[in-house]
Design a protein around this ligand. Structure first.
Ligand code: SF4
Ligand code: SF4
Ligand code: SF4
Length: 303
Protein backbone atom coordinates (compact mmCIF):
# COMPACT_ATOMS: atom_id res chain seq x y z
CA UNK A 1 0.00 0.00 0.00
CA UNK A 2 1.31 3.46 -0.92
CA UNK A 3 2.59 5.52 2.00
CA UNK A 4 1.50 9.08 2.60
CA UNK A 5 4.16 11.73 2.11
CA UNK A 6 4.10 15.52 2.45
CA UNK A 7 6.72 17.99 1.27
CA UNK A 8 6.73 21.59 2.34
CA UNK A 9 8.76 24.75 2.18
CA UNK A 10 9.50 27.25 4.91
CA UNK A 11 11.73 30.24 4.04
CA UNK A 12 13.95 28.76 1.35
CA UNK A 13 14.98 28.95 -2.28
CA UNK A 14 13.11 25.85 -3.58
CA UNK A 15 16.43 24.22 -4.50
CA UNK A 16 15.80 21.06 -2.45
CA UNK A 17 12.49 20.52 -4.26
CA UNK A 18 14.24 21.18 -7.55
CA UNK A 19 16.89 18.61 -6.70
CA UNK A 20 14.20 16.00 -6.10
CA UNK A 21 12.47 16.87 -9.37
CA UNK A 22 15.86 16.53 -11.10
CA UNK A 23 15.49 12.77 -10.59
CA UNK A 24 13.32 12.95 -13.73
CA UNK A 25 12.32 9.43 -14.80
CA UNK A 26 13.99 7.85 -11.77
CA UNK A 27 11.18 9.39 -9.69
CA UNK A 28 9.08 6.63 -11.20
CA UNK A 29 11.05 4.13 -9.09
CA UNK A 30 9.47 5.49 -5.91
CA UNK A 31 6.28 7.24 -7.04
CA UNK A 32 4.13 4.06 -6.98
CA UNK A 33 5.12 3.70 -3.29
CA UNK A 34 3.94 7.22 -2.44
CA UNK A 35 0.63 8.92 -1.90
CA UNK A 36 1.55 12.60 -2.03
CA UNK A 37 -0.87 14.49 0.20
CA UNK A 38 0.83 17.90 0.25
CA UNK A 39 3.46 19.39 -2.07
CA UNK A 40 2.61 23.03 -2.76
CA UNK A 41 5.86 23.57 -4.65
CA UNK A 42 4.46 21.38 -7.42
CA UNK A 43 0.68 21.14 -6.96
CA UNK A 44 -1.74 23.87 -5.82
CA UNK A 45 -2.45 22.51 -2.35
CA UNK A 46 -3.76 24.92 0.27
CA UNK A 47 -2.64 25.11 3.87
CA UNK A 48 -5.99 23.83 5.12
CA UNK A 49 -5.42 20.63 3.10
CA UNK A 50 -2.53 19.93 5.47
CA UNK A 51 -4.20 21.32 8.59
CA UNK A 52 -7.23 19.08 8.08
CA UNK A 53 -5.26 15.84 8.00
CA UNK A 54 -5.36 13.75 11.20
CA UNK A 55 -2.28 13.85 13.42
CA UNK A 56 0.34 11.19 12.61
CA UNK A 57 -1.40 10.36 9.35
CA UNK A 58 1.61 11.21 7.13
CA UNK A 59 4.29 8.53 6.99
CA UNK A 60 7.15 10.84 5.91
CA UNK A 61 7.14 14.64 6.06
CA UNK A 62 9.98 16.51 4.38
CA UNK A 63 10.57 20.10 5.46
CA UNK A 64 12.70 22.40 3.33
CA UNK A 65 13.80 25.82 4.60
CA UNK A 66 14.01 27.51 7.98
CA UNK A 67 11.69 29.66 10.07
CA UNK A 68 12.07 33.35 9.23
CA UNK A 69 8.37 34.09 9.73
CA UNK A 70 5.65 33.15 12.18
CA UNK A 71 3.87 31.42 9.27
CA UNK A 72 6.93 29.20 8.86
CA UNK A 73 6.74 28.30 12.56
CA UNK A 74 3.08 27.35 12.19
CA UNK A 75 3.81 25.18 9.16
CA UNK A 76 6.71 23.43 10.88
CA UNK A 77 4.60 22.65 13.94
CA UNK A 78 1.80 21.29 11.77
CA UNK A 79 4.21 19.12 9.79
CA UNK A 80 5.56 17.76 13.08
CA UNK A 81 2.09 16.94 14.36
CA UNK A 82 0.94 15.26 11.15
CA UNK A 83 4.12 13.27 10.36
CA UNK A 84 5.33 9.99 11.82
CA UNK A 85 8.83 10.62 10.43
CA UNK A 86 9.86 14.24 10.06
CA UNK A 87 12.88 14.88 7.85
CA UNK A 88 14.88 18.13 8.04
CA UNK A 89 15.55 18.33 4.32
CA UNK A 90 18.50 20.44 3.20
CA UNK A 91 20.98 22.64 5.00
CA UNK A 92 18.41 25.41 5.62
CA UNK A 93 16.28 22.95 7.52
CA UNK A 94 19.11 21.16 9.35
CA UNK A 95 21.34 24.13 10.19
CA UNK A 96 19.38 27.31 9.42
CA UNK A 97 21.00 27.77 6.00
CA UNK A 98 22.56 30.79 4.35
CA UNK A 99 19.85 32.97 5.91
CA UNK A 100 21.27 31.98 9.32
CA UNK A 101 24.08 34.45 8.59
CA UNK A 102 21.49 37.12 9.39
CA UNK A 103 21.88 36.14 13.06
CA UNK A 104 24.86 38.50 13.14
CA UNK A 105 22.34 41.36 13.35
CA UNK A 106 19.13 41.91 15.27
CA UNK A 107 15.74 42.03 13.57
CA UNK A 108 15.43 45.83 13.76
CA UNK A 109 18.76 46.29 11.95
CA UNK A 110 17.75 43.74 9.30
CA UNK A 111 14.42 45.44 8.61
CA UNK A 112 16.07 48.86 8.43
CA UNK A 113 18.66 47.54 6.01
CA UNK A 114 16.09 45.90 3.74
CA UNK A 115 13.39 48.56 3.74
CA UNK A 116 15.21 51.81 4.49
CA UNK A 117 18.91 51.62 3.67
CA UNK A 118 19.28 49.27 0.71
CA UNK A 119 20.66 51.12 -2.32
CA UNK A 120 17.55 50.37 -4.37
CA UNK A 121 15.08 51.79 -1.82
CA UNK A 122 13.20 54.86 -3.02
CA UNK A 123 10.67 55.19 -0.16
CA UNK A 124 12.61 54.59 3.06
CA UNK A 125 9.91 53.38 5.44
CA UNK A 126 9.35 49.99 6.98
CA UNK A 127 5.95 48.91 5.63
CA UNK A 128 3.26 48.63 8.26
CA UNK A 129 1.00 46.34 6.23
CA UNK A 130 1.43 43.09 4.33
CA UNK A 131 4.56 42.12 6.23
CA UNK A 132 4.80 38.67 7.71
CA UNK A 133 5.52 38.54 11.41
CA UNK A 134 9.23 37.78 11.50
CA UNK A 135 11.09 35.55 13.95
CA UNK A 136 13.79 37.34 15.95
CA UNK A 137 16.53 34.95 14.80
CA UNK A 138 16.94 31.96 12.54
CA UNK A 139 16.82 28.87 14.73
CA UNK A 140 17.50 25.50 13.04
CA UNK A 141 14.40 23.33 12.83
CA UNK A 142 15.82 20.51 15.01
CA UNK A 143 16.06 23.09 17.81
CA UNK A 144 12.40 24.01 17.38
CA UNK A 145 10.64 20.65 17.03
CA UNK A 146 11.67 17.03 17.31
CA UNK A 147 13.18 15.94 14.02
CA UNK A 148 13.69 12.26 13.19
CA UNK A 149 16.06 12.41 10.22
CA UNK A 150 18.67 14.98 9.20
CA UNK A 151 19.46 15.28 5.49
CA UNK A 152 21.79 18.25 4.94
CA UNK A 153 22.94 19.68 1.63
CA UNK A 154 22.37 22.86 -0.30
CA UNK A 155 20.63 21.16 -1.87
CA UNK A 156 20.98 17.46 -0.99
CA UNK A 157 21.76 15.66 -4.23
CA UNK A 158 18.87 13.98 -6.02
CA UNK A 159 20.39 10.63 -5.03
CA UNK A 160 20.65 11.69 -1.37
CA UNK A 161 16.92 12.33 -1.23
CA UNK A 162 16.11 9.17 -3.18
CA UNK A 163 18.33 7.11 -0.85
CA UNK A 164 16.70 8.62 2.24
CA UNK A 165 13.18 8.06 0.90
CA UNK A 166 13.97 4.49 -0.14
CA UNK A 167 15.42 3.68 3.30
CA UNK A 168 12.54 5.26 5.21
CA UNK A 169 9.88 3.63 3.04
CA UNK A 170 11.38 0.23 3.84
CA UNK A 171 11.79 1.02 7.55
CA UNK A 172 15.57 1.13 7.34
CA UNK A 173 17.60 3.78 9.18
CA UNK A 174 19.13 6.66 7.26
CA UNK A 175 22.31 7.66 9.07
CA UNK A 176 24.72 10.41 8.18
CA UNK A 177 28.24 9.23 7.31
CA UNK A 178 31.29 10.22 9.35
CA UNK A 179 33.38 10.70 6.19
CA UNK A 180 34.23 14.07 4.67
CA UNK A 181 34.24 15.51 1.15
CA UNK A 182 38.04 14.96 1.14
CA UNK A 183 37.36 11.24 1.69
CA UNK A 184 35.23 11.24 -1.48
CA UNK A 185 37.59 13.44 -3.50
CA UNK A 186 40.01 11.86 -6.00
CA UNK A 187 42.69 14.45 -5.12
CA UNK A 188 45.14 13.92 -2.22
CA UNK A 189 46.01 16.63 0.26
CA UNK A 190 49.76 16.81 0.67
CA UNK A 191 50.83 20.42 1.34
CA UNK A 192 51.48 21.29 4.98
CA UNK A 193 53.04 24.72 4.42
CA UNK A 194 50.52 26.88 2.58
CA UNK A 195 52.06 30.36 2.36
CA UNK A 196 49.18 32.32 0.89
CA UNK A 197 45.40 32.02 0.42
CA UNK A 198 43.84 33.36 -2.78
CA UNK A 199 40.31 34.02 -3.97
CA UNK A 200 39.40 31.97 -7.03
CA UNK A 201 39.62 35.01 -9.34
CA UNK A 202 43.16 35.71 -8.18
CA UNK A 203 44.70 32.70 -9.91
CA UNK A 204 44.01 29.63 -11.98
CA UNK A 205 43.21 26.37 -10.24
CA UNK A 206 45.30 23.56 -11.68
CA UNK A 207 43.20 20.46 -12.42
CA UNK A 208 44.12 17.16 -10.79
CA UNK A 209 45.80 18.73 -7.74
CA UNK A 210 44.32 19.35 -4.32
CA UNK A 211 42.70 22.78 -4.45
CA UNK A 212 43.52 23.57 -0.82
CA UNK A 213 47.17 22.71 -1.41
CA UNK A 214 47.15 25.34 -4.17
CA UNK A 215 46.13 28.00 -1.64
CA UNK A 216 42.39 28.22 -2.36
CA UNK A 217 39.96 27.73 0.51
CA UNK A 218 38.53 24.26 -0.16
CA UNK A 219 36.58 23.08 2.88
CA UNK A 220 36.30 19.40 1.96
CA UNK A 221 38.28 18.42 5.06
CA UNK A 222 35.60 19.81 7.39
CA UNK A 223 32.47 19.02 5.39
CA UNK A 224 30.30 15.93 5.56
CA UNK A 225 30.88 13.60 2.61
CA UNK A 226 27.44 13.17 1.05
CA UNK A 227 27.71 15.01 -2.25
CA UNK A 228 30.36 12.85 -3.92
CA UNK A 229 32.82 15.79 -3.92
CA UNK A 230 30.89 17.34 -6.77
CA UNK A 231 32.65 20.73 -6.65
CA UNK A 232 36.35 19.74 -6.40
CA UNK A 233 35.88 17.13 -9.11
CA UNK A 234 35.00 20.00 -11.47
CA UNK A 235 37.90 22.15 -10.22
CA UNK A 236 35.85 24.29 -7.84
CA UNK A 237 36.58 24.68 -4.12
CA UNK A 238 34.15 23.14 -1.64
CA UNK A 239 32.33 25.91 0.24
CA UNK A 240 31.09 23.50 2.92
CA UNK A 241 27.42 23.72 1.94
CA UNK A 242 26.54 20.29 3.39
CA UNK A 243 27.79 21.40 6.80
CA UNK A 244 30.14 19.58 9.14
CA UNK A 245 30.28 15.82 9.82
CA UNK A 246 28.05 14.72 12.74
CA UNK A 247 30.87 14.73 15.31
CA UNK A 248 31.69 18.40 14.67
CA UNK A 249 29.58 20.93 16.56
CA UNK A 250 31.24 24.13 15.39
CA UNK A 251 32.13 24.11 11.71
CA UNK A 252 34.10 27.37 11.79
CA UNK A 253 36.19 26.38 14.81
CA UNK A 254 37.09 23.11 13.09
CA UNK A 255 38.08 24.97 9.91
CA UNK A 256 40.15 27.58 11.73
CA UNK A 257 42.08 24.98 13.72
CA UNK A 258 42.77 22.92 10.57
CA UNK A 259 43.91 25.97 8.60
CA UNK A 260 46.26 26.87 11.45
CA UNK A 261 47.85 23.44 11.07
CA UNK A 262 48.47 23.65 7.31
CA UNK A 263 49.27 27.34 6.85
CA UNK A 264 52.83 28.60 7.13
CA UNK A 265 51.57 32.11 7.94
CA UNK A 266 51.55 34.22 11.07
CA UNK A 267 48.14 34.58 12.78
CA UNK A 268 47.62 38.13 11.55
CA UNK A 269 48.34 37.17 7.93
CA UNK A 270 45.94 34.27 8.22
CA UNK A 271 43.26 36.49 9.71
CA UNK A 272 43.69 39.09 6.94
CA UNK A 273 43.35 36.37 4.28
CA UNK A 274 39.67 35.93 5.21
CA UNK A 275 37.93 39.31 5.48
CA UNK A 276 34.52 37.61 5.97
CA UNK A 277 35.31 34.67 8.28
CA UNK A 278 31.70 34.02 9.27
CA UNK A 279 30.50 33.94 5.66
CA UNK A 280 33.52 31.84 4.62
CA UNK A 281 33.52 29.31 7.47
CA UNK A 282 29.81 29.00 8.28
CA UNK A 283 28.26 29.24 4.81
CA UNK A 284 25.05 27.36 5.68
CA UNK A 285 25.39 26.55 9.38
CA UNK A 286 26.04 29.75 11.31
CA UNK A 287 22.66 29.50 13.06
CA UNK A 288 23.42 26.02 14.40
CA UNK A 289 27.01 26.76 15.42
CA UNK A 290 25.86 29.93 17.14
CA UNK A 291 23.11 28.13 19.02
CA UNK A 292 25.30 25.21 20.02
CA UNK A 293 27.74 27.63 21.55
CA UNK A 294 25.04 29.67 23.25
CA UNK A 295 23.18 26.72 24.71
CA UNK A 296 25.93 24.13 25.12
CA UNK A 297 23.83 21.63 23.18
CA UNK A 298 24.77 19.34 20.33
CA UNK A 299 23.42 20.27 16.92
CA UNK A 300 20.62 18.03 15.79
CA UNK A 301 20.05 16.46 19.20
CA UNK A 302 16.44 15.43 19.67
CA UNK A 303 14.38 17.32 22.20
S1 SF4 B 1 19.19 24.05 1.53
FE1 SF4 B 1 20.01 25.26 -0.18
S2 SF4 B 1 18.93 24.46 -1.95
FE2 SF4 B 1 17.75 23.81 -0.16
S3 SF4 B 1 16.24 25.46 0.14
FE3 SF4 B 1 18.02 25.95 1.40
S4 SF4 B 1 19.23 27.36 0.11
FE4 SF4 B 1 17.81 26.27 -1.23
S1 SF4 C 1 40.58 19.40 -3.39
FE1 SF4 C 1 39.37 19.93 -1.58
S2 SF4 C 1 38.06 18.16 -1.24
FE2 SF4 C 1 39.73 17.50 -2.59
S3 SF4 C 1 41.31 16.70 -1.24
FE3 SF4 C 1 41.79 18.84 -1.58
S4 SF4 C 1 40.81 19.92 0.15
FE4 SF4 C 1 39.89 17.87 0.02
S1 SF4 D 1 31.70 19.92 -2.68
FE1 SF4 D 1 31.24 21.16 -0.89
S2 SF4 D 1 30.24 23.02 -1.70
FE2 SF4 D 1 30.20 21.46 -3.32
S3 SF4 D 1 28.21 20.45 -3.09
FE3 SF4 D 1 29.71 19.25 -1.92
S4 SF4 D 1 29.59 20.07 0.17
FE4 SF4 D 1 28.63 21.58 -1.19
Amino acid sequence: MAKRIALTQLSSCWGCDQSLIDLHLRLLDVLPELEIVYWPAVVDYKLHDLENLPDNSIHIGLVEGSCRTKEDMHLLEIMRAKSKILVAWGSCSVFGGVQGLANQWDLKELLERKYMKAETVTDPRIPKENLSGFTEHIVPNPELVEVDVLLPGCPPTSDNTLDALTALLTNKPFDLPAKTVCDQCPMEREEKNIKQFKRTHEGKIEPGKCILDQGYLCLGFATIGLCGAQCPTVNTPCKGCFGPPPAVTDHGAKIISALGAVADMDPEELQNAFPDPIGSFYFTDYASSYLSKMRGKNRGKKK
